[in-house]
Design a protein around this ligand. Structure first.
Ligand code: HEC
Length: 300
């Protein structure tokens, strides 16, 4: 019987040790995950999870041990108890020293002399593990003050916020310099870049050819290769029609489906179709567009 209990005791401390070992290894994994994704949020989430798991493990371990203790003491005969007390296990010694507990039979020594309806009070010390944590917070606080307020090696919250905003601002301007995000539809110019024109052509053939024919000769939509236009033949006019569409016609607004760069690419491609005179093209529709009249039109 006694042997069985000791075995159980040992087993339980094995389980506790295993669980405690699992916690740091889980943290190591989360650190790896955090660096792979390179997201501070991910890291904090993972870290939080690890802390929660570690606390749970601790609670479970303590609970299991407590249960075992009760279980063991209930089944022990007086004789066995004495025997057991003579050889306290490694773990129970550790437990006693971490908690600075007075053995049950010596509790009289620390019993305070007041007695409230049978409730007595022991003058126990604070558990050493608790004191250890407390001293650790003091050391941490000193380190914190030195780092953040004395040597100022790390920015405070507000500074950090401003630094991040400034970094984001810098990134934004650098990106804006790389990429024109939007075009003024009144002054947008054609692109001559072969790649961009190819991009425009590809999109035209995929989406616009249904109505304008892949060569631009016109089907349900008007011929885009002749100088006759219903809405003007300048780059700006074509861009506007693509962007805004023509109300109450099959020509929809493409703004929601195309980003400005794409719209400019497609419009530029349409402009290259001028004068290609493909076979089977539809006849003139709209007014003859003369580039000279552009200035006058814009003034209106
Ligand atoms: C569902 C059919 C349809 C599709 C798809 C379509 N269009 Fe049109 N498009 C029309 C029609 C119809 C008109 C004539 C609108 C009007 O009556 O004013 C038109 C007009 C135009 C005009 C003005 C022509 C002018 O005479 O002023 C341009 C430019 C144009 N489309 C370009 C495009 C481009 C570029 C695409 C692809 C992104 C496209 N369209 C997709 C039907 C279509």
């Amino acid at each position: 019987m006694n042997l069985l209990h000791i075995k159980l005791m040992k087993k339980s401390s094995w389980i506790a040790a295993l669980l405690l070992w699992a916690a740091p290894s889980a943290r190591a994994q989360s650190v790896i995950a955090g660096s792979a994704i390179d997201e501070p949020t991910m890291f904090y989430l993972a870290f939080g999870l690890v802390v929660v798991v570690a606390i749970l493990v601790l609670v479970v371990a303590i609970y299991v041990l407590q249960l075992l203790k009760i279980f063991v003491s209930q089944n022990q005969t007086e004789e066995q108890k004495e025997e057991e007390e003579q050889v306290p296990s490694m773990f129970s010694k550790l437990w006693m020293s971490w908690n600075d507990l007075k053995p049950m039979e010596k509790e009289e020594e620390i019993m305070l002399d007041h007695n409230y309806d049978g409730i007595k009070e022991l003058d126990n010390h604070l558990p050493p593990w608790w004191k250890g944590l407390f001293y650790a917070t003091i050391i941490y606080a000193v380190g914190y003050i030195l780092i953040f307020h004395v040597f100022k090696t790390s920015p405070l919250q507000e500074e950090k916020y401003e630094l991040e905003i400034a970094a984001a601002e810098a990134l934004k301007t650098s990106r804006e310099a790389d990429l024109v995000i939007d075009f003024d539809e009144n002054s947008v110019t054609e692109t001559t870049d072969a790649q961009e024109l190819a991009d425009g052509k590809q999109f035209f053939e995929a989406q616009c050819a249904v109505c304008h024919k892949s060569d631009g000769g016109g089907l349900a939509g008007p011929n885009l290769t002749d100088p006759y236009w219903k809405h003007g033949g300048s780059m700006s006019d074509v861009y506007k029609v693509i962007k805004n569409g023509v109300a109450n016609t099959a020509m929809i607004s493409w703004e929601s489906q195309l980003n400005p760069v794409r719209m400019r690419n497609v419009a530029s491609y349409v402009m290259t179709l001028q004068g290609t005179n493909p076979p089977g093209a539809l006849g003139p529709d709209g007014d003859l567009y003369e580039p000279e009249s552009e200035a006058r039109e814009n003034e209106e």
